[in-house]
Write a protein that binds this ligand. Structure first.
Ligand code: WT7
Length: 640
């Protein structure tokens, strides 16, 4: 008998450094075993690669042109195609045995409630929500702001918008009044969908009250739809406010509702993210390309199978949640788990308990959560049976090797590869990422996804030597790329495509090693990455300046053990005010009130002067170096 052919890559290449090669059983069960072959094929013809993926989904009308780059950087994908992403997330599965499979499992923070929905049931819930928002006057192209906690209805709301062709704009439930108001105004939303409240670490978050305050200055908002979660008393404005549970009982609610055929390039959602310039920007994604990108990446990277129970522990309010809680899993017909609470409440064993209870096979979370849980030691995870896990994921910031090893050894028991996925709100999908068959190095996202190319450039646009740090750029269009910044096409061009014409500027710095592996270093623009969330220094500074004592300020990010980076502020007071610990605390609270808890500065320091360039720009890099006792670098542009 001939010797059984080994699965996987025929001749495993030897990689340098600390390397974790995929085990035989991982290789044997992987949906896609030969990474090199697929990568070569996709690299040769990336348009063909995406085309082939797209044909696995259902289109009402086939596209005429896969990629139109005639008006770059305003790329178009699947031009002329008609589809609806929701048809592919839900209806497509109703014709298959997946109809009765669980699409969604949910558990409340207090553990007293759980709810689950088959694809059949999900179709009913989304149809009901769609019929209700349609009855509230929402039409194709209208924007709808969604401001809710982590409950199934946030997913229904997003899908209901997409089903009728409305554009959702989800605002993370941790943002405060001014942040919500700004986003509702900028998107010109007609409808806001919220909850009476939500729970966070046992505390009530008054989402409806915050919505009321925000919407009071948004004349464009005609209706507010309120999902009951907590049952506490909330003010109600007759005519404008509607209880969702009451509308469900009314004749407008329909168990079946038509899905609007959309052009591939019609907008699906906008999502605000922080950049180096002023206010958060509305990143726009479309039905066709975003669908193909999220479907394909989740399928290959998390190796989705029908028997999986997949848990992405992010919040639906961020891009991770959009792509890999809502759309990606449903497009793949996966069973996905949604948990209302956070990792350490009521105790640091809560997540491990949930993995055991629901038999989670894939866990996708952020380095900050891993580090946060690591602090509590191994006793917590050891109390639970985590043997169902077969894959782990990481996203949001570089994962430090120590956290990687802990995650791998203590949670994955040394048998679950870790998918360190580098991507952005703008990219919509994983861009630099392993798949389970790729040898891993702790802290590296390995190589670009199929069909992608990444370069590391110096200031002049020349590729740097392997091992050297430079600007990370992407050189090929991909289907789920942002199409524009909603309402500011010029800024889209300037922000992403002007530094190196024809190349997408990520805003990150990185280096590539001798094996072609990419190592992300961090943001090179004025963005602070706190627990995997982006905050602009300009946003924090403009929040501070609205406090009567502040004359001028500078915000920087400094390393933090759990959060990755934390916000540190330098404040110059107006003459009539003097520095005190009390004022510092007041300013920290002020930032949290204006933006949200995630932006609360770790520290506020009072200074008499801020380092500036001769043209008056604050040199945050100098502040950063000083605060860490590092060399201050080139000071030739410093004012004095
Ligand atoms: C920025 C994008 C995309 C999901 C969450 C954040 C950083 C993201 C990684 C990773 C190193 C990462 C980058 C990027 N980042 N994932 N695996 N390794 N850095 O989305 O808010 O748009 O932030 O997060 O700096 O530019 P986002």
């Amino acid at each position: 008998m001939p010797a059984a052919k080994k699965p996987g890559n025929a001749k495993p290449k030897k990689f340098n450094g600390e390397v974790y090669y995929p085990a035989e059983d991982v290789l044997a069960r992987a949906n896609l075993r030969d990474w090199e072959k697929t990568a070569r094929r996709a690299d040769k013809d990336f348009v063909g690669f995406w085309e082939q993926e797209a044909t696995q989904l259902e289109w009402f009308k086939p596209w005429k042109k896969t990629l139109d780059d005639g008006k770059a950087p305003f790329y178009k994908w699947f031009v002329g195609g008609k589809l609806n992403i929701v048809h592919n997330c839900i209806e497509r599965h109703l014709e298959t045995p997946r109809k009765n499979k669980l699409a969604l499992i949910w558990e409340s923070e207090d553990g007293k409630q759980d709810r689950s929905f088959s694809f059949h049931a999900l179709n009913r819930e989304v149809s009901r929500m769609a019929s209700i928002i349609h009855a509230l006057g929402v039409k194709k192209g209208d924007r709808v702001t969604i401001y809710m906690g982590r409950i199934p209805e946030i997913i229904f709301a997003m899908l209901a918008c997409a089903k009728i062709g409305a554009v959702h704009s989800v605002v993370f439930g941790g943002f405060s009044v001014p942040a919500l108001r700004g986003r509702v105004q900028d998107s010109e939303s007609k409808l806001v969908i919220t909850c009476d409240g939500g729970y966070q670490n046992g505390k009530l978050i008054e989402l409806k009250r915050i919505t009321d305050e925000a919407v009071a200055q948004c004349p464009g908002v005609e209706n507010v739809l309120v999902v009951r979660r907590t049952g506490h008393a909330v003010p109600f404005q007759p005519g404008r406010d509607h209880w969702y549970h009451e509308m469900l009982e009314s004749p407008v609610a329909k168990d079946r509702f038509p899905t609007q055929p959309m052009d591939a390039e019609d907008p699906l959602f906008i999502l605000y993210t922080s950049g180096s310039t002023g206010r958060p920007k509305a990143i726009l994604h479309t039905h066709g390309g975003y669908m193909v990108g999220t479907y394909t990446t989740l399928k290959y990277v998390f190796d989705i199978k029908d028997e999986d129970r997949y848990w992405c522990a992010a919040d639906p309010g961020w891009i991770t949640g959009h792509s890999y809680i809502v759309y990606g899993p449903l497009l793949n017909g996966a069973t996905s788990f949604l948990y209302e609470g956070g990792p350490t409440f009521p105790n640091p064993g809560r997540w491990w308990q949930l993995i055991e209870r629901y038999g989670i096979t894939i866990l996708y979370t952020a380095p900050t959560a891993v580090r946060g849980l690591m602090r509590f030691g191994e006793d917590w995870p050891e109390q639970y049976d985590l043997s169902s896990l077969r894959l782990l994921g990481s996203v949001g910031e570089p994962i430090n090797p120590e956290a990687w090893r802990w995650y791998y050894r203590v949670i994955g028991k040394g048998k679950t590869p870790i998918m360190d996925t580098w991507w952005q709100t703008e990219t919509g999908m994983f861009m630099i990422t392993p798949t389970p068959v790729v040898p891993l190095k702790p802290g590296s996202g390995t190589r670009p996804f199929f069909g992608q190319r990444a370069e590391i450039l110096d200031e002049t646009g020349k590729p740097v030597k392997d091992g050297d740090e430079g600007y990370l750029v992407l050189t090929r269009p991909w289907p789920s790329m942002l199409r524009t910044i909603y309402g500011d096409a010029e800024l889209y061009k300037r922000q992403y495509w002007s530094k190196y014409p024809g190349k997408y500027m990520t805003g990150d710095s990185a280096r590539r090693d001798e094996d072609g592996y990419y190592w992300i270093i961090g943001r090179v623009d004025d963005v602070i990455n706190v627990s995997g969330h982006r905050l602009g220094t300009a946003e924090i500074e403009s929040a501070l300046i609205t406090h009567p004592a502040v004359a001028e300020s500078a915000a920087i990010g400094l390393p933090h053990e759990v959060k990755g980076q934390a916000v540190h502020c330098f404040v110059l007071l107006k003459p009539e005010h003097s520095a005190s610990e009390q004022l510092a605390e007041e300013l920290r609270q002020h930032v949290a009130t204006v933006i949200g808890g995630i932006a609360r500065p770790e520290e506020v320091a009072f200074v008499d002067k801020l380092p500036k360039t001769r043209s008056g720009k604050i040199m945050r890099r100098v502040l950063k170096a000083r605060a860490q006792g590092l060399p201050e670098g080139d000071l030739s542009t410093l004012e004095d």
